[in-house]
Design a protein around this ligand. Structure first.
Ligand SMILES: Nc1nc2[nH]cnc2c(=O)[nH]1
Ligand SMILES: [Zn+2]
Length: 482
């Protein structure tokens, strides 16, 4: 890859300071070095030009070696989104799920599509589009499931690297002949491990430090794996410290299936724990129906949860309880779970997380007739609702923690990497029209009197890819909207 130029970004920067608070840096400047790292931040200067001059002097950088990007009025820089759970091959099915729920959806829609991507020209089309599309929605890091096919999985890794999306790429492991169809499964546990190793070797050859693209060990979900395959993947994790991803407790039928298949375990989480897969580097997608004991076990092991609200609604899996998981000390991020979820957008996932938390609130029974119990339940209803700040935290820093990148991405701090998006919200002109340059800027209208907090709320609830003008990963410009 050709060496990158240094960057200087000027204007308003917004990021999560904590889970509950956004921080707004106005008239600020961020300097990014050739390695894509934030070298310095200057805040609260009177004018952008002053910030620029100060930073260049402080760093000893020459103006000629720096590319400058200025966020105009109504624009701001925001950390790139982290999608902690997405199926790249299923992109071709986004929106196609009818009235299915998990187990029949897998059989009817998903396995046939995934197996067809052994055709590499088809895989290239779908994967190229998936990476481009998610980048255009501001996803700078994606934790992908691929398929069982080694060549197509390696191709996905190649495409992420060449298009510049930070990615964890997992070959789907599924060797159980009783659950997986004959036309789409690994021949044996040994084959599962051998094929997985081939994808690890490939990713090491294209990105030796796993800087942009990293393998992730991917037992599809307990029912699709033999005990030997799960134990073997856990052994591989202990040898390599590679991350792990899988699904857990998404659907009631699935939970029954796990119970009948693994009588030796106390629970679904107990199956993964028994076979060594519950680790601090494990991301568990869904966790809709986990019990108190399972939550305690997951928290104790330090495993993370990818909350996939769009998928959980689309496949009628159920409403996952983010506040409840946070209360128990579980780190949570967001996943599109495309195409269980129909949307490729993490902004959309954040919005749906906020809405689903309100459904959780509405499900809390408030006894009639008032009294202390009713007051408590009313308070609880309020408490479980996610705020705008919390939803945007889930989309950025929360996701970064889930995938072990909290020191590198998710916020703007010196030493972190420049994974960011430039967001633009339309300014309404005095006559109620749009400012000339704002045509085609999407659904968000800013009148000018809104606080910055309110602007972010408008973006969360009505924003889309039309608002994402530029996207960078590790300092490299990876998407630009005309
Ligand atoms: N949502 C979802 N759940 C799964 N469980 C096993 N495989 C899948 C999948 O592809 N999507
Ligand atoms: Zn999934």
């Amino acid at each position: 890859m050709s060496p990158q130029r240094k960057l200087l970004l000027l204007g308003t920067f917004v990021h999560s300071k904590t889970q509950q608070h956004l921080e707004f840096l106005h008239n600020a400047a961020v300097a990014v070095d050739e390695q894509g790292k934030i070298a310095a931040i200057e805040r609260d200067v009177a004018e952008a030009s002053e910030a620029q001059a100060r930073l260049l002097t402080q760093l000893g950088w020459d103006e000629a070696e720096v590319d400058v990007t200025v966020a105009a009025e109504g624009q701001f820089f925001f950390p790139g989104f982290v999608d902690t759970h997405i199926h790249a091959p299923q992109y071709a099915n986004a929106g196609i799920f009818g009235k299915s729920s998990l187990l029949d959806w897998l059989e009817t829609y998903t396995f046939p599509l995934e197996s067809s991507l052994a055709d590499l020209s088809k895989a290239r089309r779908v994967y190229t589009r998936c990476v481009r599309r998610t980048l255009s929605h501001g996803t700078t890091t994606a934790t992908y499931y691929a398929t069982i096919d080694v060549a197509a999985t390696n191709l996905l890794a190649d495409l992420c690297l060449s298009m510049g999306q930070r990615a964890f790429v997992g070959r789907a492991c599924m060797d159980n002949p009783d659950v997986n169809p004959d036309y789409y499964r690994d021949a044996s546990a040994a084959e599962t491990l051998r094929a997985t190793q081939q994808t690890i070797d490939h990713m090491r050859s294209i990105d030796p430090g796993f800087d942009i693209v990293s393998p992730i060990l991917t037992p599809r979900f307990a029912p699709s794996c033999s005990r030997e395959a799960m134990a073997g993947l856990a052994q591989l994790h202990r040898e390599t410290n590679l991350p792990i991803q899988t699904h857990i407790s998404e659907n009631l039928g699935e939970i029954q299936l796990v119970k009948s298949m693994f009588p030796e375990a106390d629970s679904y989480a107990g199956v993964y724990d028994k076979y060594g897969l519950l680790t601090p580097k494990t991301v568990l997608a869904h966790a809709v129906h986990i019990s108190e004991e399972e939550a305690e076990l997951i928290a104790h092991r330090g495993s993370k949860v990818s909350h996939c609200p769009c998928s959980n609604t689309s496949l009628t899996s159920g409403p996952a309880r983010v506040r409840w998981m946070w209360d128990r000390g579980i780190d949570v991020g967001l996943g599109t779970d495309m195409s269980g979820g129909y949307s490729p957008s993490i902004l959309d996932a954040a919005r749906q997380a906020a809405l689903v938390s309100r459904h959780v609130a509405m499900g809390i029974h408030v006894p009639e007739g008032g009294g202390a119990a009713a007051v408590e339940q009313e308070k609880e209803r309020e408490r479980v609702k996610l705020t705008v700040e919390e939803a945007l935290y889930l989309a950025t820093r929360g996701g970064a923690r889930c995938v072990g990148l909290e020191d590198k991405i998710g916020g703007f701090e010196v030493g972190m990497e420049w994974d960011a998006q430039l967001v633009s919200l339309s300014q309404v002109s005095d006559d109620g029209g749009m400012e000339e340059h704002d045509h085609g800027h999407g659904l968000v209208d800013v009148f000018g009197w809104e606080s910055w907090g309110d602007r972010l709320a408008k973006w969360l609830y009505n924003g889309d890819d039309r608002n994402t003008k530029r996207v960078w990963v590790k300092g490299r410009l990876v998407h630009k909207r005309k």
